[in-house]
Design a protein around this ligand. Structure first.
Ligand SMILES: Nc1ncnc2c1ncn2[C@@H]1O[C@H](COP(=O)(O)OP(=O)(O)O)[C@@H](O)[C@H]1O
Ligand SMILES: [Mg+2]
Length: 344
């Protein structure tokens, strides 16, 4: 496994443990249900940390060559899922396969790359030395290492800084280096846990290009993110996870659905206007703007007429498709959740 985590005292991520338990000659259990050939498959995966349920029965399949977005709010279980898949921690219950081999298998881990959410390299090493160290850890043949290192520095936009020490790097540059480590040796499956969290807009665009490059060479990318707009731009399929469970899974179109949304700028919203809005769909307030999601596009004129009839002043109406963000909020919001609506 090309893993950006080094077992330094200051590392926030656990050191990768070496799985020595796989019996070499024993037949490996295969995934059931026709999912052979998948890059990743999980079946009722549960992870319990004491009384905290981080994953509450995760079942999903990611095909080879897919860019898969794993989305959810903080604490949803995204990092836990990746840690289980790359073998850094063990499930409490359930099963999972990586490239058709049960998770935790040492040989399979050589075929994957991993950018952890939190990591830290030794400040005194140069970027080139960090990559060289990880080339050695990944057992990349010595003759290939120099070319691999220069190519990686180029890919992640650090070619000019390869000789500089990590201690002089900004957070964004460290993130780029972590991404570089995850890409060493052309892994078949790449796990990226919040890869753009420390990056500026240029860095985010670069990561999108890198992900597209990975897809173009047939790699599978498993992308943890809370940045929906990023996922929307690169992912073939997404799973939305909340409280350790998948609440929606499918292509972007399937998850977003054909639902429409309309934004209305209004003033003088009264009880009757409120009732009218709610009769058309889910309602979200942002200042003078109200977004109604899940309504039929043909219903927009009726909605406006109802609001006018209720005495509400309409200043602007913007019909539009539901974005992934709208859908995300809908899925994560209970009807009785007071936080959804700011009716002030
Ligand atoms: N090592 C741990 N010990 C105890 N609780 C943990 C540990 N790791 C994660 N958790 C808890 O599990 C839940 C899921 O966390 P995490 O997988 O990091 O979510 P996400 O990556 O989606 O933000 C959270 O409630 C978190 O506090
Ligand atoms: Mg996380």
């Amino acid at each position: 496994m090309r893993c950006s985590t080094l077992p330094t005292a200051s590392s926030n991520s656990p050191a990768p443990h070496v799985a020595g338990s796989t019996t070499v000659n024993a037949p490996l259990p295969q995934p059931e249900g026709g999912a052979a050939g998948a890059a990743i498959r999980t079946l009722d995966l549960v992870k319990q940390y004491g009384s905290i349920t981080a994953l509450a029965g995760l079942t999903m399949t990611v095909g080879r060559g897919e860019v898969f977005g794993f989305l959810g709010p903080n604490g949803a279980g995204k990092t836990t899922a990746v840690k289980l898949l790359v073998g850094l921690t063990r499930p409490t219950a359930g099963q999972a396969w990586l490239l058709d081999v049960p998770i935790g298998d040492r040989v399979t881990r050589r075929r994957i790359g991993y950018l952890p959410e939190l990591f830290r390299y030794q400040d005194w090493l140069t970027a080139r030395e960090v990559l060289a160290l990880h080339c050695a850890l990944a057992d990349i043949p010595a003759a290939e290492r120099p070319r691999e290192i220069e190519h990686t520095l180029e890919t992640v936009g650090l070619a000019a800084r390869g000789g500089d020490r990590v201690g002089t790097f900004s957070k964004g540059m460290q993130q780029r280096l972590g991404l570089g480590v995850a890409l060493l040796g052309r892994p078949e499956v790449v796990f990226l846990d919040e890869p753009t969290s420390a990056l500026d807009p240029v860095g985010r665009r670069d990561v999108r290009e890198i992900v597209r490059g990975l897809k173009a060479r047939g790699a599978t990318v498993f992308l943890n993110s809370h940045l929906l707009s990023e996922v929307e731009l690169v992912c073939d399929r997404v799973a939305i996870v909340d409280k350790g469970r998948v609440v929606a899974l499918g292509s972007l179109h399937e998850v977003i659905g054909g639902a429409q949304a309309v934004r209305v700028r209004l003033t003088g919203l009264n009880g009757a206007g409120h009732a009218a809005l709610h009769s058309y769909g889910d309602v979200r307030h942002e200042g003078d703007w109200v977004t109604v999601t899940g309504l039929d596009a043909d219903a927009v004129p009726d909605l406006v007429a109802d609001l006018v009839r209720a005495g509400v002043q309409i200043h602007a109406v913007e019909p539009r498709h539901d974005s992934l963000e709208d859908r995300f909020l809908q899925l994560l919001t209970r009807p009785d959740d007071a936080a959804v609506e700011d009716t002030s």
